[in-house]
Ligand binder design. Structure first.
Ligand SMILES: NC(=O)NCCC[C@H](N)C(=O)O
Length: 315
């Protein structure tokens, strides 16, 4: 069966650990002299962007090239998937051209259809619901800083209903972390996301909970994460969001409540003076540039791992 990375729990806890270990090996050997070049040929990886992108396109393109493959960027505005032709038909066409498909889009259901019809591994490069590639990069970054994941407390503050809030719940619990999400009313993750993370936590020793009071949520945390208050596609709600989320800004004061060696994370793009203080994101507790670099290493590991799974299922 062809494997995909459409949401964070498409990887079991053991598989997540395997991908993260591979990512660390790839980071130490960027041109594949030891780990090899699983996309050599070159195999083509189609990258479709229906939303803006900087980190995702550049890290996938560089990573695909480092794996010996051919990155094929597709402009979503020109392809008009689901408008000019159905997701099913696009999937069947791209599945004949590319070894893998990377897609940044809005609806999770479109990714499901791409996976169902393409016959090749599909990677979610951000949807409205999940951002699993960012989480693998973030977990790699935490491992580098802390030497472990299981047992650490990660507190996400701000818009918990967005892709990053959901992915933190699911991927953090998969890694055996204690995930706390602190959001104002109306911006909490859906109950089903929290329940799913709790269910995974029962298996891994991790946990997931919501904590409305932001100081209590950050108290003693090992990792504090935030994200933009206005995710792509939510621009029309900007004013209401900036107002509602203001008490949940990640300031240096708030960060002071976290554990002594706590790190601050942000997937970028960041809005200084809104969801995060300039002195914090540009200060010594911030690991945001490592997160951005680690997108490449984590995604290379995902592509290599999916390619290997695909080979296994074909043989
Ligand atoms: N580093 C990135 O890939 N950026 C992710 C932006 C996440 C944000 N919640 C958004 O959906 O716009």
């Amino acid at each position: 069966m062809t494997r995909h990375l459409l949401r964070d729990d498409d990887l079991s806890p053991a598989e997540q650990a395997e991908v993260l270990a591979l990512a660390a090996r790839m980071k130490a050997d960027p041109f594949g002299e030891v780990v090899g070049k699983p996309l050599a040929g070159p195999r083509t990886v189609a990258m479709i962007f229906d939303k803006p992108t900087l980190r995702t396109q550049s890290s996938f393109a560089a990573g695909i090239a480092e794996l010996g493959g051919n990155p094929l960027p597709i402009n979503g505005d020109l392809a008009q998937i689901g408008v000019r032709e159905s997701v099913e038909d696009v999937a069947r066409v791209l599945g004949r051209q590319a070894a893998q498909i990377v897609w940044r889009t809005n609806d999770q259901s479109k990714l499901d259809a791409m996976a169902q019809w393409s016959g090749v591994p599909v990677i979610n490069a951000l949807s409205d619901d999940f951002h699993p590639c960012q989480l693998l990069a973030d977990l790699l970054t935490i491992t580098e800083r802390k030497g472990r994941l299981a047992g650490l407390t990660a507190t996400f503050v701000g818009d918990g209903a967005c892709n990053m809030g959901n992915s933190w719940l699911i991927a953090g619990a998969t890694a055996g972390m204690h995930v706390v999400v602190s959001s104002p009313q109306g911006y909490e993750p859906a109950a089903e996301m929290v329940a799913r993370a709790q269910q995974i936590g029962e298996q891994t020793g991790g946990s997931a909970r919501l904590e409305r009071e932001v100081g209590a949520a950050v108290d003693g945390a090992d990792v504090v994460i935030t994200d933009t208050w206005v995710s792509m596609g939510k621009e029309g709600e900007s004013q209401a969001r900036l107002q509602a989320l203001a008490p949940y800004a990640l300031t240096s004061d708030l960060m002071g409540k976290a554990g002594a060696d706590a790190i601050a994370m942000h997937c970028l793009p960041a809005y200084r003076g809104k969801e995060i203080d300039a002195e914090l994101i540009d200060g010594p507790d911030s690991v945001v540039w490592d997160e951005a670099e680690n997108r490449r290493h984590a995604q290379k590991a995902v592509m290599a791992w999916l390619q290997e799974q695909d080979g296994r299922s074909a043989s």
